[in-house]
Every structure is written in structure tokens, then in C-alpha cells.
Design a binder for this molecule. Structure first.
Ligand code: HEC
Ligand code: HEC
Ligand code: HEC
Ligand code: HEC
Ligand code: HEC
Ligand code: HEC
Length: 369
């Protein structure tokens, strides 16, 4: 190549390159995909951000069990990934441990990226551990996980109770709501309060109805996706009555206490006063174990709870059936955590029959029919 030609091509390059750059198309103005805007846009169709701030206060997000309860069948209820598999296949392989498990969250209960909306991932009726069908609308979603894991007769057969988690497992709310699958003493008849037969008295109505009270009244930590009925507002315990009000027009909370003001039909705990249902049931629970050490399961030989109410670990005793059955029912009502609201009659019947089996002199004349 001659020097003149090299020079010419250099000139060309200097002149043409900027021209070429100018000829390149301008980047298109940024357009956020419409398919995403319903949920991720500034003014989306769905209240994703508001819902998220409620969800962040929920036990689903705050009790970090996804890693601990991963495998051995636990992952079906305790991890997002396990539940998605279970919803799709009806199974969850107990031998598999999920890599990078995440907590129960938006994608557990919804499938927004597949469906483009917030319909529930799984809404069909649920068969509980004893075969009874749970069919309560949107509450069916919850029943997949909030159910007793075992049949009482299987659990009660093992008479040595070595570990505190023994029993129905922490969330027997669906069984309690229907009035089924606790230890039912032979010869006793069991029944349920009204909620058991009302499809609209379901998990979602009571736990997720949004309160409509004025400002200052509530926080994201009550109602909606917090799924909590109670919390604190200005350090005052506050209950969400919005869901209850669809049926109990005049319901209130006992002022400054996390107790609904619905009176029990009788003085179930025998303390001489007819109190709200939750106080009566709490009174009955304390007859099994309490801080004073006078509870029925504290006074038996080889007690289940010590004088302070703490579970006695590694108690290798072969307990008699009435002790094991009573413990089963006590834990069933305790871990239901509604203090009788889910199903007052069933809860009271279970507790009274258990106390009677532990102490033949126990006065069960106020047992509801
Ligand atoms: C029907 C509602 C909905 C639509 C439509 C939607 N998303 Fe999402 N998306 C969500 C929700 C809910 C989350 C989780 C938000 C949270 O965790 O708070 C999410 C999370 C995400 C994340 C974070 C990663 C993750 O897994 O948490 C990305 C990235 C994302 N979306 C992208 C998109 C894109 C891209 C589109 C459009 C093609 C889209 N989304 C459309 C509801 C939607
Ligand atoms: C059928 C669904 C289901 C299965 C299976 C299950 N759990 Fe749970 N578990 C729950 C539910 C629901 C709760 C929460 C109940 C509540 O708060 O009332 C819970 C609560 C717990 C808690 C207490 C959480 C806390 O911090 O308060 C622990 C610990 C736990 N489970 C461990 C396990 C382990 C370990 C396994 C497997 C051996 C397991 N779970 C299997 C549904 C299940
Ligand atoms: C444990 C299950 C569960 C989880 C987790 C969950 N949702 Fe929901 N979500 C529901 C149920 C049930 C409803 C229906 C409530 C109703 O009909 O009142 C619902 C309804 C919705 C709605 C419709 C509400 C409305 O007012 O239109 C949106 C939006 C939504 N969820 C978003 C989310 C987002 C975002 C997350 C995660 C931050 C999330 N959900 C996590 C169960 C869940
Ligand atoms: C995929 C299983 C699953 C589904 C579905 C589910 N939950 Fe849960 N829920 C859990 C687990 C597990 C916990 C305990 C938190 C943990 O250990 O991660 C829990 C905790 C809770 C708590 C908090 C308890 C506490 O001690 O703070 C409430 C209230 C609750 N769930 C209500 C609901 C309602 C109402 C629905 C239906 C709309 C529902 N859950 C659906 C598994 C589930
Ligand atoms: C009739 C209304 C009602 C229905 C229906 C209902 N709940 Fe509840 N639930 C309550 C009340 C009231 C409490 C006690 C709340 C408190 O003390 O803060 C409660 C407590 C709980 C708790 C313990 C919450 C905590 O923060 O400790 C869980 C978990 C729960 N319910 C889950 C469910 C599930 C799952 C269903 C459906 C199978 C259900 N509930 C149906 C009213 C209801
Ligand atoms: C779908 C309707 C419905 C909803 C929602 C509902 N209830 Fe009820 N509840 C009833 C009916 C009907 C009865 C029986 C008649 C009565 O006592 O008013 C009842 C009875 C009760 C009882 C007494 C049970 C007994 O046998 O003594 C309590 C306690 C109770 N409800 C609390 C609540 C609370 C708290 C909420 C909200 C968290 C609630 N209910 C939501 C319909 C409902």
C-alpha cells in the first residue's frame, strides 16, 4: 500500500466513522412491558406493594422455618418450593431436601407470573389426616397446611412422650374448625359450634377481611395479608372485628384486651363468673398446666409438666391412656391458638372430657351439648 493510499483511507475513516455512528438507529424510548405493569407499574391494577407491607408482618414471613423444616415431608407446608410441588403433583418427596428453600410467600399461594392475576394456587377441598373433607371456599388453601399431621389414635399409642413436639403438630386449625380428629373419648358425644357449618366463617373471612375503621385505627400488621386478628396500635392491644362483623353485627373487643366480647353460654372454667369465650377456654387450659403448679398434668405421678409449667423432657414413663389422650387434647386446643373461637363447643368438650378422665371428681355438669 502506497503512503498516499494509506493517507486517503485514514481520512476516509476519520470522516466516515462519525457518519456511520450517526446512521445507527436511536434507542427506542423506554417502554415498560404492559404485561408487567398491572403488578409492577407505578399505578398497577393490583395493590402489590400494600399487600407486601402487610405480608412482611405475617408469621409466614417472620417465623423462619423454611430451612429448618426442609425434608422429611415438612417442606410441603414449610417451604414455598415444597408447596408448589405438592400443589402440582399431590405429593412431596420426603427424601428430597430443597436447595435454597424460601418461606411461604406470594408465589406459594398465587401464581402471578403464570396466570397474570392473583387467583389462588390451590382452592379445591382438602382431605384431612382422618379422611374428613374440608370444604370452605377460599379457606381450602389454608387447610392444606393448617391441619393436624396425625391421627390421634396413632399418636396416643406411643405412651412414652419423649419430646415436646409430640402431638397433632402446631397448626390443627382446620380440624378444630370442623370439630374433628382430636382424641374423642369412647361413650361421649361430640358436636360443634355454628362456625363449623358456615362456609363463610372460614379462615379468609375472619383473618383477612380488611378493617375499614378510620385512620390511626390500625396498622399493616392487622388484617389483610398479615393474617393476624390482633396486634398493637399505640401500644394498645387491638383486634380486627371486620371479618366477624359480616355476621356478628355488634361484636366488640373487651377494652384494651385481646379478647372478643362474645360471652360463653356457661361458666366453663368454674371460676364463678360467665366470661367471654376466650377467657373461659383459657381458664380450662390452665387446669392442665399453670404457673402455680396446680394443673392436672403437673400433679400426676411422673408429671408431663413441671411445677413451673415447663415440659419435662426425656420422660421415659409408659403413661396410662387417659394421660396421653388428655395431653393430646390439651395440646390440640392450645396449639389451635384461637382460645375456643374456631369451635367453642368442640374445644370445651375435649378439655372437660380430658379433665374428667384425669380426675373422676371433676365436675363436668356444664359440658355443652
Ligand atoms: C399478576 C401480577 C404480576 C405480573 C403481571 C407480573 N408480576 Fe412479577 N412479581 C409479582 C409478584 C407478586 C412478585 C413478588 C413481589 C414481592 O415479593 O413482593 C413479583 C416479582 C417479580 C420479580 C422479582 C423476582 C422474584 O421472584 O421475586 C421480577 C424480576 C418480576 N416479578 C418480573 C416480572 C416481569 C418481567 C413481568 C412481566 C413480563 C412480571 N413480573 C409480571 C407479580 C406479577
Ligand atoms: C401439614 C402441614 C405441615 C407439615 C407437614 C409440617 N408442618 Fe410444621 N407447621 C405447620 C403449620 C401450619 C404451622 C404453624 C401453626 C401455627 O402457627 O398455628 C407449623 C409450625 C411449626 C413450627 C413452629 C413455628 C414457630 O416458629 O412457631 C415448627 C418448629 C415446625 N412447624 C416444624 C415442623 C417440622 C420439623 C416438620 C416435619 C417433621 C413439620 N413442621 C411439618 C404445618 C406443617
Ligand atoms: C398464605 C397464602 C397467601 C400468601 C402468602 C399471599 N397471599 Fe395474596 N391472597 C391470599 C388469599 C387467600 C387472597 C384472597 C383474599 C380475599 O378474597 O379476601 C389473596 C388476595 C390477594 C390479592 C387480591 C387482593 C385485592 O384486594 O384485590 C393480591 C393483590 C394479593 N393477594 C397479593 C399478594 C402478594 C403480593 C403476596 C406476597 C407479598 C401475597 N399475596 C401472598 C393468600 C395469600
Ligand atoms: C404452604 C402452607 C401454608 C398455607 C397455604 C397457609 N399457611 Fe399459614 N402458616 C404456615 C406455616 C408453616 C406457618 C408458621 C410459620 C412458619 O413456621 O414458617 C404459618 C403461620 C400462620 C399464621 C401465624 C401464626 C403465628 O404464630 O404468628 C397465621 C395467622 C396463618 N398462618 C394463617 C393462614 C391463613 C389464614 C391461610 C390461608 C389464607 C394460611 N395461613 C395458609 C403454612 C401455611
Ligand atoms: C370465626 C372466625 C375465625 C375463623 C373461621 C378462623 N379463625 Fe383462626 N383465629 C380466630 C381468632 C379470633 C383467633 C385468635 C386470635 C388472637 O388471639 O389474636 C384465631 C387464631 C388463629 C391462629 C393463631 C394466630 C396467632 O397469631 O397466634 C391461626 C394460625 C389461625 N387462627 C388459623 C386459622 C385457619 C387456618 C383457619 C381456617 C381453617 C382459621 N384460622 C379460621 C378466628 C377465626
Ligand atoms: C359467616 C358468619 C360468621 C362469621 C364471619 C363469624 N361468626 Fe361467630 N358465629 C356465627 C354464628 C351464626 C354463631 C352462632 C349464633 C351466635 O352465637 O350468634 C356464632 C357463634 C360464635 C361464638 C360462640 C360459639 C359458642 O358456641 O358459644 C363465638 C365466640 C364467635 N362466634 C366468635 C366469632 C369471632 C370472634 C368472629 C370473627 C373473628 C366470628 N365469630 C365470625 C357466625 C359467624
Amino acid at each position: 500500500m502506497s503512503v498516499a493510499r494509506l493517507f486517503a483511507s485514514l481520512i476516509l475513516a476519520v470522516v466516515l466513522l462519525p457518519l456511520q455512528a450517526q446512521a445507527q438507529p436511536k434507542p427506542a424510548p423506554f417502554v415498560f412491558p404492559q404485561a408487567c405493569a398491572d403488578c409492577h407499574g407505578s399505578a398497577g391494577k393490583y395493590p402489590v406493594r400494600g399487600v407486601r407491607s402487610q405480608y412482611l408482618t405475617s408469621g409466614h414471613r417472620t417465623l423462619p422455618d423454611a430451612s429448618y423444616s426442609n425434608g422429611e415431608g415438612c417442606q410441603r407446608c414449610h417451604t414455598n418450593e415444597g408447596f408448589i410441588e405438592y400443589a402440582a403433583t399431590g405429593k412431596s418427596d420426603p427424601k428430597v431436601t430443597i436447595k435454597n428453600p424460601s418461606e411461604v410467600g406470594c408465589f406459594t399461594c398465587h401464581a402471578p407470573h403464570e396466570r397474570g392475576n392473583f387467583s389462588l394456587r390451590k382452592e379445591n377441598p382438602v382431605k384431612l389426616a382422618n379422611g374428613v373433607m374440608f370444604d370452605m371456599g377460599k379457606g381450602n388453601l389454608c387447610a392444606n397446611c393448617h391441619q393436624a399431621r396425625v391421627m390421634p389414635k396413632d399418636e396416643v399409642r406411643s405412651r412414652d412422650i419423649l419430646r415436646e413436639p409430640w402431638g397433632a403438630h402446631h397448626g390443627p386449625q382446620s380440624d378444630m374448625l370442623l370439630g374433628t380428629n382430636a382424641y374423642e373419648f369412647p361413650g361421649k358425644a361430640y358436636s360443634s359450634s355454628a362456625h363449623a357449618s358456615l362456609k363463610d366463617a372460614n379462615c379468609v373471612t375472619c383473618h383477612m377481611t380488611q378493617p375499614t375503621t378510620a385512620r390511626y385505627a390500625l396498622t399493616p400488621a392487622i388484617g389483610g395479608h398479615s393474617m393476624k386478628l390482633g396486634g398493637e396500635v399505640h401500644e394498645v392491644p387491638t383486634l380486627n372485628v371486620a371479618g366477624c362483623k359480616t355476621c356478628h353485627k355488634d361484636i366488640k373487643q373487651v377494652p384494651r384486651r385481646e379478647v372478643f366480647d362474645i360471652k360463653a353460654s356457661a361458666d366453663y372454667d368454674g371460676d364463678g363468673a360467665i366470661e367471654p369465650v376466650q377467657d373461659e377456654v383459657q381458664g380450662l387450659l390452665e387446669k392442665f398446666s399453670n404457673k402455680q403448679g396446680t394443673g392436672a398434668l403437673q400433679k400426676i405421678s411422673n408429671p408431663i409438666f413441671d411445677a413451673k409449667g415447663k415440659f419435662v423432657e426425656n420422660n421415659k414413663t409408659q403413661h396410662p391412656l387417659e394421660v396421653v389422650a388428655s395431653l393430646y387434647n390439651y395440646k390440640f386446643v392450645l396449639e389451635d391458638k384461637s382460645r375456643g373461637v374456631h369451635n367453642t363447643k368442640y374445644a370445651v368438650q375435649l378439655l372437660m372430657d380430658s379433665l374428667k378422665s384425669l380426675d373422676k371428681n371433676y365436675d363436668d355438669s356444664r359440658r355443652p351439648k
